[in-house]
Design a protein around this ligand. Structure first.
Ligand code: NDP
Length: 518
């Protein structure tokens, strides 16, 4: 008998409703009123200060400090690890049902605080309202989905029977996990990784991304309000290179759940592989890394579908989604027509402070992203790309960059090969359908991709040959829904896990086979 109703995805907020608009505006104003607040670390349920703090700022107005967060050092990371280890001794014996209900409670608190969490995302990382709302909805989905998944995993597992023995297979937790999320889905990914680890009976040291500690704090408050026992999730803000690195190398770390860049993911993979003195296990790593995602627009594509789909996939959250379309592969026969419809739309885009309703494109995350993206734009020009739109910074203040499109790109250009993580789209012309597939697969990554065509035979061919973790046909390559599109990539996009899928929680457990003779 099921104790919960079936899972359904959280609906998006309708911001055309004046009530919702007013609520979102009020929540943004309320967060702005708390500017300059200092937030603690939380270790073993205790609020703790570090020797130093760091400021979290608004990328639309970089001089605006939203809050000060503790800069945990190696000693505090050690302390958090001790607290998580101690809490594991009791949390691991909580029943699956109790842990699942805990997640359901987190989901309903987040639903109630949705406008507040959205407001933090608008101000701290520059998401427009719809993007922020989608991020919060996804976090709620993760809680609801993993709660039900835990109940399923705790059911009796079918085994081949043997006369004379009572048989069981139980999925037990691993131990203390280090959760290291990125800034780009600062609510959803952080919540998903943390809750998957906790609902399976592990305890967690959560080290949020340094660009989004305020959003992490808003989520942590929901965990606390739900009544999470002290030490089950420890909040440890601080630099990845110190706090993160110490946690990854710690002998008591049993697993690392990371989402972020390829470079940091590879470093964690290497550090985790070295056994520290006193370590009695091999650390498990769940690493979700970068992407260089494609959309193929075939000569038999419906451009009424293709144009808006590419627009949304390339520019949503300023192209800073791991699933964003950054390589557009256009069949030569529709190349010019597609661009003649697409470019005017790009040039009309509403750019500005996402705190204002109706803004589409906000700032990029931080100064170093801003500089790196502008640098890629210069490389795109130098390598011979033809600049069709954008190409420079926008406005007087803030990390705004115009949506930028280069055509005439070649497969060996760095803007076609490397993850830029910003509003830059490289267009490559394909000779025919086979050439489109070859270009799409010509990458070290393998996260998302899309094929737009009316031709059934090509769809079947694409399904067989396009090598990416999330393949979409006749739609955009972003916007995966929990439970509907289990998410995660191949090759240098990570360790092939599928967040929001039925096999995800297994990554945080180990199977214990028990047989009792009677
Ligand atoms: P980073 O790799 O820069 O940072 C990710 C996290 O790692 C941050 O919390 C960071 O802390 C921490 N970190 C940095 N150095 C270390 C270290 N030496 N040891 C341990 N932890 C460390 O990624 P971004 O935050 O810039 O996120 C964007 C990236 O994430 C893109 O490449 C994107 O494609 C990828 N991504 C992948 C997804 C997927 O599902 N495959 C989904 C979403 C994003 P600090 O902030 O303090 O430096």
């Amino acid at each position: 008998m099921k104790i919960l109703p079936p899972f359904v995805n959280e609906p998006m907020t309708d911001f055309s409703d004046p009530k919702n608009r007013a609520a979102q505006e009020a929540a943004i104003a309320a967060v702005l009123k708390t500017r300059g607040t200092e937030y603690p670390l939380v270790i073993g349920g205790k609020r703790i200060k570090a020797r130093e703090t760091f400021a979290s700022t608004n990328p639309s107005r970089p001089s605006e400090v939203l809050g000060y967060f503790q800069k945990a050092d190696a000693k505090l990371a050690e302390k958090a690890m001790e607290a998580a280890s101690a809490a594991f001794e009791t949390w691991k014996f909580f029943s699956a049902k109790e842990r699942a209900i805990f997640l359901m409670r987190v989901a309903s608190i987040m639903r109630r605080k949705k406008f507040h969490i959205n407001a933090w995302m608008v101000l701290e990382i520059g998401k427009n309202w719809a993007e922020a709302d989608g991020d919060t909805a996804e976090a709620i989905d993760f809680c609801e989905f993993y709660a039900r998944e835990m109940l399923r995993l705790a059911e009796h597992q079918e085994l081949v029977t043997l006369p004379g023995q009572a048989l069981e297979l139980k999925y037990i937790p691993l131990g203390v996990g280090v959760v290291i999320p990125p800034w780009n889905f600062p609510c959803a990914i952080l919540t998903g990784m943390t809750c998957a680890a906790a609902v399976t009976g592990n305890t967690v040291v959560l080290k949020p991304a340094s660009d989004t500690p305020g959003i992490a704090w808003a989520v942590f408050e929901c965990l606390e309000e739900a009544g999470l026992p002290p030490g089950v999730v420890n909040f440890l803000s601080g630099p990845g290179s110190i706090a993160g690195e110490t946690l990854v190398k710690h002998p008591k770390t049993r697993f690392i759940s990371f989402t972020g860049s390829k470079e940091v993911g590879l470093r964690i993979f290497e550090n985790a592989a070295k056994t520290a003195p006193g370590q009695i296990w091999l650390k498990r790593t769940v690493l979700e890394m970068g992407g260089k995602d494609f959309m193929i627009i075939d000569d038999e594509a419906d451009l009424d579908i293709a144009v808006p789909a590419v627009y949304a996939a390339a520019w949503g959250f300023q192209g800073q989604k791991c699933s964003a379309c950054s390589r557009l592969i256009l069949h030569h026969k529709i190349h010019d027509e597609f661009l003649s419809r697409f470019i005017p739309m790009v040039k009309k885009m509403a750019i500005g402070d996402p705190a204002k309703a109706g803004t589409y494109l906000g700032p990029v995350a931080n100064k170093s992203s801003f500089e790196s993206i502008l640098n890629y734009i210069e490389k795109g020009k130098a390598e011979g790309g033809k600049l069709l739109a954008g190409g420079k910074k926008w406005g007087k203040e803030g990390y705004f960059i115009e949506p930028t499109v280069f055509s005439e790109c070649k497969a060996n250009h760095s803007i076609v090969r490397e993850e830029i993580f910003g509003p830059v789209l490289a267009v490559v012309k394909a000779r025919n359908f086979e050439d489109s597939i070859r270009l799409a697969n010509d990458t070290e990554f393998g996260l998302t991709g899309a094929l737009i065509t009316r031709n059934r035979a090509k769809i079947l061919e694409g399904k067989k040959k396009l090598h990416c973790g999330n393949l979409y046909i006749n739609r955009k390559c972003t916007g995966a829904l929990v439970g509907v599109h289990p998410f995660g990539g191949f090759n240098m996009s990570g360790t092939d896990s599928k967040a929001g899928g039925r096999d995800y929680l297994l990554l945080f457990t180990q199977g214990k086979s028990i047989s009792e003779a009677y």
